[in-house]
Design a binder for this molecule. Structure first.
Ligand code: 8YV
Length: 315
């Protein structure tokens, strides 16, 4: 039996590619920019793309693959893929939800603890020998017991809220409509009201056009002077210049950020901040979770090839 032609696009871990090579007639590209370099017959034979990365994959790329029927994304966020353009061409899109919820939520808590407890600076203090020469470093700030504000109570937002509840925090949230939650969680209809009523504003919105700049300048201005913003979603969800203005002026206490509007070459203003804890978009980047994401991506491709229902379809 002839194998289905699959095109993998992106930089994959060593364990992701061999199973695809075994099951399919696989062509490998490190980015969509390589599509132009494939010959026309090869492009026409591709029925499924295993996509990984954040570069745009839109109508122009799809039109280079006239036989394409499936784009299986490695990641829960599929904002890089133009789903409307895919639907218009009868191309199905899948993503990898849920398998990464725990890791992304863990990182949000880890970054907030790192920021509050000065973990990075304190470790450097110890390594430099300052502990013995200068004594104890400056006091940190307490996380437990404060007010949490979750912007977007989807699957990941809910995991973060559950963790913050375990830290004895009062849970506030904003989403389009009230959600079913444990007793006492407080819904705010307006994002500004959430910002004004929490100490830690954690952004867990989906990415894409609909949420671009959702955490607007007016939302950031509503935050209190002792409050902290945390983003584990997409850089696009926050008005980044407005957030940088607030951090530089000390109008809010700090930020814990895993995502940026431009990655990896983030706005250099971030690197000068002394009140921010920054991470290189590593929310899902554990061996366990990345293996789970790859397995789900491949399970979607396998379902498509077998003519079975897709496991986690987007369109
Ligand atoms: C990326 C992510 O998929 O799942 C998402 O939406 O942002 C990440 O897990 C990862 O960086 C691989 O591209």
């Amino acid at each position: 039996m002839t194998k289905t032609v699959v095109l993998s696009i992106g930089s994959y871990a060593e364990w992701d590619i061999p199973p695809m090579r075994a099951d399919y007639d696989l062509t490998e590209l490190s980015s969509p920019a390589g599509l132009d370099g494939l010959d026309a017959d090869r492009r026409a034979a591709v029925r499924a793309v295993a996509y990984k990365g954040h570069s745009p994959f839109g109508a122009a790329q799809m039109d280079l693959l006239p036989g394409l029927e499936l784009i299986a994304n490695f990641g829960v966020g599929y904002d890089a893929i133009d789903v409307a353009a895919a639907s218009a061409r009868n191309i199905r899109v899948t993503n990898t939800p849920d398998v990464l919820n725990d890791d992304v939520a863990d990182l949000a808590i880890g970054m907030l603890l790192a920021l509050n407890r000065n973990l990075t600076a304190n470790e450097a203090w110890l390594h430099r020998g300052d502990w013995s020469s200068k004594g104890d470093p400056q006091l940190a700030r307490k996380l437990s017991g404060a007010r949490a504000g979750i912007m977007g109570l989807g699957r990941i937002g809910r995991e973060i809220a559950d963790r913050m509840a375990a830290f004895k925090m009062e849970i506030h949230y904003h989403s389009r409509s009230r959600k079913e939650t444990p007793e006492g969680w407080i819904w705010h209809e307006r994002p500004e009201d959430l910002a004004a009523n929490c100490d830690y504003l954690v952004v867990a919105l989906v990415g894409g056009k609909a949420t671009e700049g959702y955490v607007s300048r007016s939302v950031i201005e509503a935050m209190g002077p002792d409050s902290v913003i945390c983003n584990i979603s997409r850089g696009t969800t926050i008005d980044e210049p407005a957030m940088l203005d607030a951090l530089e002026a000390g109008r809010i206490r700090g930020a814990a950020l895993d995502v940026f509007r431009v990655e990896p070459d983030l706005d250099p203003r971030f690197l000068k901040l002394t009140n921010a804890h920054l991470q290189p978009h590593q929310g899902s980047a554990t061996v366990e979770t990345r293996k789970g994401m790859g397995a789900l991506q491949r399970a979607n491709i396998a379902a498509f090839v077998a003519g079975k229902p897709l496991l986690t379809a987007v369109n």
